[in-house]
Design a protein around this ligand. Structure first.
Ligand code: ATP
Ligand code: MG
Length: 430
């Protein structure tokens, strides 16, 4: 026998037993996004490498070491998308969606980063992204945060902390950067390799270092907050007020930064202590400079991304109830004749009872083995078509689990009876 081929490390199958929680999550995301008036945009998984180099920045973990980049057969350098904002902005510019228009968009799908796989960190993972273009005030920033909070509520998850910060404008950040670099030079011997490299190219990212040895240097660094210009202060104040009036708790984390010039003003993250080292579930902020940076007209923009594997882990921690996805009803049939009529009847019933999930037994088998399959399917109800039922034009209905009880009814009343039972069955499947 030849050896089997396995999946790529860090790229996971989502098996049938896992899909109900994914479907619950996806359905909830769609419902919440729609409830705020956001439209879905679907984007390619592959983009030109240049797009990510320009938008994410050359001196970032993603572009320096995490991208899946390859030459296609024409010799063009392409990259599996490591995140969604770049492609979304590219598409909006390309299709003229940003001219004198407000766009509120969301998307979901797989992202690819060559990182060391561990719990909560994979090479293919999934994000939902939400972006709004054409709005510059703090109201839309607050709306985005409210949307994330609604999502956590709808998913039944708790123990999430909202952290916010303001990055100011490019000008205020330039001034800050100078002072930061001057300070960091005074403690250069204490900097790790990554930070020394970033001292010239992207010093703000040093504040984001996870290296424990770097933390005391970071703590004593000058704080961006002291450098904010008037308009950024006002914007941030406006956001805090909106969060306060909605009763949304937050903490201001001065260490929350993005190193690139087109980010400014609001940044936020939702973090949790439930997931160990991989505690950031959602990251977002304002990127008013990116659209023009990628060749469009200057357009204010704000967005966030949620890591779905981490969100699923949170749903599991919370023990949220979600629909199981399996059939409500399993049809058991005895003998060839019953099999034929049974399959036809099943078709009629599915048409007559929208929302009903009916699995027919295929492949024959004794009553005993068919009931075993019925049980394993997760169905709460068996429909029984044996010789006797067939002759009399009837069908048996038997509760399979704790509920007990059995009845026999004319086949032509099955649709009506199942419609009566449907809401009970749906309830049992939560
Ligand atoms: P981290 O600091 O954990 O590497 P990041 O800053 O690289 O995160 P973003 O690019 O902001 O992450 O992506 C947004 C979210 O996507 C993260 O908060 C996280 O929930 C999720 N995410 C990022 N990388 C991965 C990954 N390799 N596997 C699973 N989820 C991920
Ligand atoms: Mg990362």
């Amino acid at each position: 026998m030849s050896s089997t081929v396995q999946a790529v490390r860090g790229m996971n199958d989502i098996l049938p037993t896992d899909s109900p929680v994914w479907q619950f999550l996806e359905d909830t995301v769609r419902r919440i996004a729609q409830s705020y008036g956001y439209s879905e945009i679907r984007l390619p998984v592959v983009e030109k490498t240049e797009l990510f180099k320009r938008s994410i920045g050359e001196v970032t973990d993603i572009v320096e070491k995490e991208m899946y980049t390859f030459d296609d057969r024409n010799g063009d350098s392409l990259t599996l998308r490591p995140e969604g904002t770049a492609g979304c902005v590219r598409a909006c510019i390309e299709h003229g969606l940003l001219h004198n228009q407000i766009q509120r968009l969301w998307y979901a799908g797989p992202m690819f980063r060559h990182e060391r796989p561990q719990k909560g960190r994979y090479r293919q993972f999934h994000q939902i992204g939400v972006e709004a273009f054409g709005l510059e005030g703090p109201d839309i920033d607050a709306e985005m945060i409210f949307m994330t909070a609604s999502l956590w509520r709808a998913l039944g998850i708790g123990n999430m902390q909202l952290q916010i910060n303001s990055l100011g404008t490019i000008e205020s950040r330039d001034e800050y950067r100078e002072d930061l670099v001057a300070y960091l030079r005074t403690c250069e011997s204490g900097l790790d390799m990554d930070s020394r490299r970033r001292l010239d190219s992207n010093p703000l990212r040093i504040l984001d270092s996870k290296n424990p040895d770097m933390q005391s240097i970071i703590q004593a660094a000058p704080q961006l907050r002291e450098y904010l210009d008037e308009s950024s202060r006002e914007h941030f104040g406006g956001l805090c007020e909106l969060l306060d009036s909605a009763g949304t708790d937050y903490v201001i984390n001065p260490g929350l930064v993005r190193g690139l010039d087109y980010y400014g003003k609001t940044v936020f993250e939702w973090v949790t202590s439930e997931l160990g080292a991989q505690g950031t579930v959602c990251a977002g902020g304002r990127y008013d400079g990116l659209v023009s940076y990628l060749g469009g007209r200057t357009t204010p923009a704000v967005g966030f991304a949620v890591g779905l594997e981490r969100l699923i882990a949170m749903i599991e921690v919370a023990g949220t109830d979600y629909p199981s996805g399996g059939p409500h009803v399993y049809l058991v049939m005895n003998g060839e004749k019953a099999n034929r009529s049974g399959l036809v009847l099943a078709e009629e019933v599915r048409r007559a009872v929208p929302g009903l999930r009916l699995m027919s037994n295929c492949g024959g088998g004794s009553f005993k083995s068919q009931f075993r399959r019925a049980d394993r399917s997760g169905a709460h109800l068996a429909l029984i078509m044996g010789d006797d039922e067939l002759d009399r034009g009837e069908i048996g209905i038997k509760w399979l689990r704790g509920e007990g009880g059995q009845e026999t009814i004319p086949q032509n009343q099955l649709g009506v009876r199942l419609r009566e039972l449907l809401s009970e069955l749906i309830g049992l499947h939560r």
